[in-house]
Design a protein around this ligand. Structure first.
Ligand code: GLU
Length: 352
């Protein structure tokens, strides 16, 4: 009796000591869940978001996964990421935040279409309140293709989300063995597996032999240091992105204003430069209270203040390091939090 009293807590203690971290997988769809639309494994046509997470998980080596993590999974959405909306980001973020509050969840992997993975990851980067790892993974080839990249990306994502090294690194995307920060990522190629690149500085690290190697940390504020709180967010204001080109006139700006937008992110040419007629229309929009952010149509920033455009006089904010799509998310969150002062929004562009 006495031995039992002593032995049971001891065994329980050992159990905790050797238990693998629990990684919770949230599936949303995308090519990682895509199925070829013909029986040929080399054909390029497929439908995204066809395969459920339970089937995707069967492609992973069970015994090797068990060395790193216990898995739980849930199909939270099932769409190609071009169909995801800001409302979907909120659904995903609230679920992630709730799961990470649980003591028995150590990390999250989100399977996601690659087209807008940079947007969902940036949104999560700014609203998740936890140091536990959150990793988004996708695939460029459907699950039925020869040499599908999804299983490897998912495996790397699980290992990364279960690792101690990933704690506090913010929201990450792992693809093609690279670890990227949600604060600095963009999809650069519509077909190649090596598509994700940092828009500015460099990848966070690599996955190698089932271990993350971090090379740097992001100095942009994120997750626990972000001021935005998903529990207080149930919708996001409309913010449009408009794309600049030679010979552009003001009609697209007028259409955006007429649609009731609360903000415009303008992907200008060069250092976010804008043709005279568009500049006038944007300045008038700003005077009416519509927030205008000058971003750029090139992959990398910075889009600086005090260049060719007098931002203060015209009522503009600049995106600095952010792609137009990342700057849009910062602006949406600012407006949702009733931050409307241009100087304050400018600060947010610099610190996140
Ligand atoms: N357009 C689909 C999506 O983003 C497929 C692209 C992909 O996942 O690679 O979900």
């Amino acid at each position: 009796m006495k031995v039992r009293k002593f032995l049971l807590p001891l065994l329980f203690g050992f159990g905790i000591l050797f238990a693998k971290p629990t990684v919770y997988i949230l599936a949303t769809g995308g090519t990682i869940a895509g199925a070829g639309s013909s029986t040929e494994k080399t054909a390029s046509s497929y439908e995204a978001g066809k395969v459920l997470i339970q089937t995707i998980l069967q492609a992973l080596p069970k015994q090797e996964i068990a060395k790193y993590a216990k898995l739980k999974s849930e199909q939270v959405l099932q769409k190609g990421s071009q169909d995801l909306t800001p409302q979907d980001w909120i659904i995903i973020a609230k679920r992630v935040n709730d799961l990470l509050k649980q003591r028995d969840v150590d990390g999250i992997v989100i399977t996601h279409g690659t087209d807008t993975i940079e947007e969902t990851s940036m949104f999560l980067q700014l609203v998740i309140k936890s140091d536990k790892p959150v990793v988004l993974v996708g695939a460029m080839r459907p699950s039925t293709a020869i040499s599908a990249d999804g299983p490897k990306n998912l495996f790397d994502g699980i290992v990364l989300a279960s690792s101690k090294e990933a704690r506090g690194q913010g929201v990450m995307v792992v693809a093609n063995s690279n670890i990227l920060s949600a604060s600095d990522i963009t999809k650069t190629n519509p077909v190649h597996v090596d598509t994700f690149k940092p828009a500015n500085i460099g990848i966070l690290g690599y996955m190698w032999n089932n271990k993350p190697y971090f090379l740097r940390i992001s100095s942009q504020l994120h997750t626990t240091k972000s001021q935005f709180d998903i529990s207080k967010i149930s919708s996001l204001p409309r913010v449009d992105i408009l794309y600049g080109y030679a010979g552009m006139d003001e009609r697209a700006i007028e259409a955006s204003i007429a649609s009731g937008t609360k903000g415009i992110v303008f992907a200008g040419v060069g250092n976010g430069n804008i043709s005279s007629s568009v500049e006038k229309a944007l300045s008038q929009a700003s005077a009416k209270g519509i927030k205008v952010v000058r971003a750029g149509r090139m992959i990398s920033g910075p889009i600086t203040q005090w260049g060719e455009v007098n931002d203060e006089q015209l009522g503009f904010i600049t995106s600095w390091w952010h792609t137009p799509q990342a700057a849009r998310i910062i602006l949406m969150l600012a407006l949702q939090s009733k931050i409307t002062d241009n100087a304050k929004i400018q600060e947010l562009m610099l610190k996140y």
